[in-house]
Design a protein around this ligand. Structure first.
Ligand code: HDD
Length: 722
C-alpha cells in the first residue's frame, strides 16, 4: 500500500501558532506508543483503528443492528451534533488569512506595537459576511457586508469588527434586536430569506429616522459589491489612539481596496443568486488560490481631542461619518490576504470576533452603539460555540502568550500545571503578574466624566438627514438612478401603503427630487414631510464629498476580472491567443465558452479545450465578453439563443463587449433582439466592428475598457430586453 501524504492539519495546530500545552504534553510520550502516522488510518475518536466502515454490526447478514456497535453509535452521534447555531447576524461569511504591514511608525499617535515597525508582518484573519441571510443564503443579496479583521499582534488579538458601509442604522445598541428582528424573515412564516424588501423592515425603518443615512448607502450599489476584493471597509465607530505618554486622539479606521471599489447592478445581483449563490466566496477563494492576493490599504482619519466638538455632527454618533473632504484619510499600511482556510468550519465558522479585543494604544470612545456591542459579542459566543473556553479554539488563540488564573469550564484544552490559580500569590513566585502601561500593560484611557444616570440621547445626535443628503448629492447620475430604482423595488414589495407613504415622507427630508422620483416609481403622490421636520437641525456643508461616489474611484486595474470568450467550431484561434496574452499580462482570467463542453476546432483545424458550456454559465458570472471572428463560429453562435442572451445581458449590465472580424455578427444579432432603436449596441465599452483585427491597439482598448469595469452611463440600458 502506498503511504498517503500526511495531511498538514493532522497535528491539530494552527500554522504559525504554538501548540497548546496539552498538545505539547501529549507529544512527549506520543513517539513511544504511536502505531501509525497521523492521517493514515481510519480511526474512532479514541484512536481505535477501524476495520470496516461499510457495514454496521448486525445479528446475522440479514438480522437487526446491534446496540453494541459502539463504532456506529459514535459516528452517528457525532454527525447528529455537527451543526452549531449560526450567528444571529452575519451568519454567511467567507474567511482568509493574510498579513498586515504598517508603512511607517505611527508612534506619534499610538503605542500599538503592530503599528510601529514597517518591517513587522502581523498575521491577520479576515471574515467577510452578509448580515441578514442565513448560512446558506446567496452572496449577492442587497445587504451591508461585514468586514472583520483580526490582527494576531505580539500584544494580543486586536479585532476590528467593521462593515463595508461607514455608518450604522442606529445610534444606541438597545435598538439592535429591534432592527435585526425587522430585517430577518418575518416570524410567522420565515419569509423572505436574505432580503430587506418586506413590510417589517420598512415599517421599522420608516419609524426610526436615524436609519435614513445608512439607508441611502444600502439602497446604493455599495450593498451589492462586485467582489469582496472591491469593497471598502470601515471601523464605523470613532475609536481612540493613545500614545506612549497617554495622549489620546480620536480615530476612524478605513480599508481601501487596491482594486478600487466596484459593484454589481441589481438585475445582475438577482440573477447571480441563482447562477452562483457562492459568487463572492468563490471569487475570493480563487483569487487567493491563483496567487492574485487581494490587498487593502489601511487608512486612518485622526482628530485631535481638542477638535472633538468642531464638527456639525457628533463623533460619538455611529450614523455619521467624517467626510474625507474635512479630514483626509491617511494611508498607513497594507493588508494582503494570501492563504485560504484549510477547514471552513474550524476557522471561518468558529472564529469569534469581538470589538472589545483591544491592544494597548487603541481604546474605545463613548459611542453608545460601540459600548453596547461590548457585551453582545462574548455573550453570543457562549451559545454559538458552547463554552467559556471558545478562546482556546485554534483560530481564536492569540499569538501572544496567555497566562491567567481562569480555569476549567466545558471543553477546556489548556493544561496548566502547578497549584497556584489565584493572584496575588507567593507560592507561584507572584506569577502571572500585572504589567503597568510602561511595561506593555493595557490601561483604559482615563477620561474625565460626570453626569446624571439617565436614559437620553444627546441633542448632538439629532440631525438625521444632513449626511443622507450629502451622500445623495455626492453620487454620479447613474448612482442616483440606481438608488431610486432600489427604493422603488424594495418599497414596491411592501404591502402596507401607510408604510410606503411614511418612508417616502422621510425621503422628502433628504431630497425633494429623490422623494418625487421614488413616489413616481411607486405610483403615489409625494406625502407631506413628517410632523416636526422643520425643527430638526440641518447643514448643507460640505456640498459634496468625492470619496462617497464610486464613480471617482480607481479604475486602473484588470486584476481578477473574468472575461468570457464565446466560441464555436471555426473560431479564429489567433484572435483568442492575442486577447489571452493581453488579459493574462494584466492579471485577468479568460474562459472559453461554447454551445457544449469538450473541444472546438479552430479555423486552422486545431482543437481547443472549452472551459464551460453556454447553458451552465451566464454573462453575470463575467466582467466582459469577447466574440472572436471565424465565420462558422460567429454564425453558429448567432443561431444560439444562449449566446445571444449572453451578449444582450452583458450590454444591459454595462460590461465591455468586444468582437473581432465576423464576431461582430453575434453582437449585431444580440442588439437587434435586444430591441435597440437602431438595431445596434452603441456607446462606451462596445469595441465591435466587423473587419477589425486583433492587434495591439485593439487589445489595449479592450484592457482599458475592462479596467473601467462598467459603463453605467449607456443611454439605453433600461430599455434592453434581457
Ligand atoms: Fe455586530 C457580528 C459588525 C453592531 C451584535 N457584527 C458582527 C459581525 C460583524 C459585525 C462584521 C460578524 C463577525 C464575524 O465575522 O464573525 N456590528 C458590526 C458593526 C456594528 C455592529 C460594524 C456597528 C457599527 N452588533 C452591533 C450591535 C450589536 C451587535 C449594536 C448588539 C448590541 N454582531 C453582534 C453579535 C454578532 C455580531 C450578535 C453575531 C455573531 C457574533 O457577534 O459573533 O454579537
Amino acid at each position: 500500500m502506498t503511504k498517503p501524504k500526511t495531511p498538514t492539519a493532522a497535528s491539530g495546530n494552527r500554522t504559525g501558532l504554538d501548540p497548546s500545552p496539552a498538545d505539547a504534553n501529549r507529544s512527549e510520550q506520543a513517539a513511544s506508543v504511536l502505531a501509525q502516522e497521523p492521517g493514515e488510518t481510519l480511526t474512532t475518536n479514541q484512536g481505535l483503528r477501524i476495520s470496516d466502515n461499510q457495514n454496521s454490526l448486525r445479528a446475522g447478514a440479514r438480522g437487526p443492528t446491534l446496540l453494541e456497535d459502539h463504532i456506529l453509535r459514535e459516528k452517528i452521534m457525532h454527525f447528529d451534533h455537527e451543526r452549531i447555531p449560526e450567528r444571529v447576524v452575519h451568519a454567511r461569511g467567507a474567511g482568509a488569512h493574510g498579513v498586515f504591514e504598517v508603512y511607517e511608525s505611527m508612534r506619534k499617535f499610538t503605542k500599538a506595537g503592530f503599528l510601529q515597525n514597517p518591517k513587522m508582518k502581523t498575521p491577520v484573519f479576515v471574515r467577510f459576511s452578509t448580515v441578514a441571510g442565513s448560512r446558506g443564503s446567496a452572496d449577492t443579496a442587497r445587504d451591508v457586508r461585514g468586514f472583520s479583521v483580526r490582527f494576531y499582534t505580539g500584544e494580543g488579538n486586536f479585532d476590528l469588527v467593521g462593515n463595508n458601509i461607514p455608518v450604522f442604522f442606529i445610534q444606541d445598541a438597545i435598538k439592535f434586536p429591534d432592527l435585526i428582528h425587522s430585517v430577518k424573515p418575518e416570524p410567522h412564516n420565515e419569509i423572505p430569506q436574505a432580503s430587506s424588501a418586506h413590510d417589517t423592515f420598512w415599517d421599522f425603518i420608516s419609524l426610526v429616522p436615524e436609519t435614513t443615512h445608512v439607508l441611502m448607502w444600502v439602497m446604493s450599489d455599495r450593498a451589492i459589491p462586485r467582489s469582496l476584493q472591491t469593497m471598502e471597509g470601515f471601523g464605523v465607530h470613532t475609536f481612540r489612539f493613545i500614545d506612549e505618554a497617554g495622549k489620546s486622539s480620536f480615530v476612524k479606521f478605513h480599508w481601501k481596496p487596491v482594486l478600487g471599489v466596484h459593484s454589481l447592478v441589481w438585475d445582475e445581483a438577482v440573477k447571480l443568486a441563482g447562477k452562483d449563490a457562492d459568487y463572492h466566496r468563490r471569487d475570493l477563494w480563487e483569487a487567493i488560490d491563483q496567487g492574485l492576493h487581494p490587498e487593502w490599504e489601511f487608512g486612518v482619519q485622526i482628530v485631535p481631542e481638542k477638535d472633538e466638538h468642531k464638527f456639525d455632527f457628533d463623533l460619538l454618533d455611529a450614523t455619521k461619518l467624517i467626510p474625507e473632504s474635512l479630514v483626509p484619510v491617511q494611508i498607513i499600511g497594507k493588508m494582503t490576504l494570501n492563504r485560504n482556510t484549510d477547514n471552513y468550519f474550524a476557522e471561518t465558522e468558529q472564529v469569534a470576533f469581538h470589538p472589545g479585543h483591544l491592544v494597548p494604544g487603541i481604546d474605545f470612545s463613548n459611542d453608545p452603539l460601540l459600548q453596547g456591542r461590548l457585551f453582545s459579542y462574548t455573550d453570543t459566543q457562549l451559545s454559538r460555540l458552547g463554552s467559556a473556553n471558545f478562546h482556546e479554539i485554534p483560530i481564536n488563540r492569540p499569538l501572544a502568550a496567555v497566562d491567567n488564573n481562569q480555569r476549567d469550564g466545558q471543553m477546556r484544552q489548556t493544561l496548566v500545571k502547578g497549584r497556584v490559580s489565584y493572584e496575588p500569590n507567593s507560592l507561584g513566585g507572584g506569577c502571572p503578574m500585572q504589567r503597568p502601561w510602561e511595561q506593555g500593560g493595557f490601561v483604559t484611557h482615563p477620561q474625565a466624566m460626570e453626569g446624571e444616570k439617565i436614559r437620553v440621547r444627546s441633542e448632538s445626535f439629532a440631525d438625521h438627514f444632513s449626511q443622507a443628503a450629502l451622500f445623495w448629492r455626492s453620487q454620479a447620475k447613474w448612482e442616483q438612478d440606481h438608488i431610486v430604482a432600489a427604493f422603488c423595488f424594495e418599497l414596491a414589495k411592501v404591502t402596507v401603503a401607510a408604510v410606503r407613504e411614511r418612508m417616502v415622507s422621510t425621503l422628502t427630508q433628504v431630497d425633494t427630487a429623490l422623494a418625487q422620483r421614488v413616489a413616481d416609481g411607486l405610483g403615489m403622490a409625494v406625502p407631506k414631510p413628517p410632523a416636526g421636520a422643520k425643527g430638526v437641525p440641518r447643514t448643507d456643508k460640505p456640498a459634496r464629498d468625492p470619496a462617497l461616489s464610486m464613480a471617482n474611484g480607481r479604475k486602473d486595474s484588470i486584476v481578477g476580472r473574468k472575461v468570457a470568450v464565446l466560441v464555436a467550431d471555426g473560431v479564429d484561434g489567433a484572435a483568442i491567443d492575442a486577447v489571452r496574452k493581453a488579459l493574462h499580462a494584466g492579471g485577468a482570467a479568460m474562459k472559453l465558452i461554447a454551445p457544449r463542453l469538450g473541444e472546438v476546432k479552430n479555423k486552422a483545424g486545431k482543437m481547443i479545450k472549452v472551459d464551460h458550456s453556454l447553458p451552465t454559465v451566464g454573462s453575470v458570472l463575467f466582467d466582459s465578453v469577447f466574440v472572436p471572428g471565424g465565420k462558422a463560429s460567429a454564425e453558429a453562435l448567432s443561431a444560439d439563443a444562449n449566446a445571444v442572451l449572453f451578449v444582450k445581458e452583458a450590454y444591459k449590465h454595462g460590461k465591455t463587449i468586444a468582437s473581432s472580424d465576423e464576431g461582430a455578427t453575434l453582437i449585431a444579432k444580440a442588439a437587434r433582439s435586444a430591441g435597440t432603436p437602431d438595431g445596434e449596441f452603441q456607446g462606451p465599452g462596445v469595441i465591435a466592428a466587423s473587419g477589425k483585427a486583433v492587434n495591439d491597439v485593439f487589445t489595449k482598448s479592450l484592457v482599458a475598457a475592462i479596467a473601467n469595469h462598467r459603463f453605467a452611463e449607456r443611454p439605453d440600458l433600461d430599455s434592453i430586453v434581457a
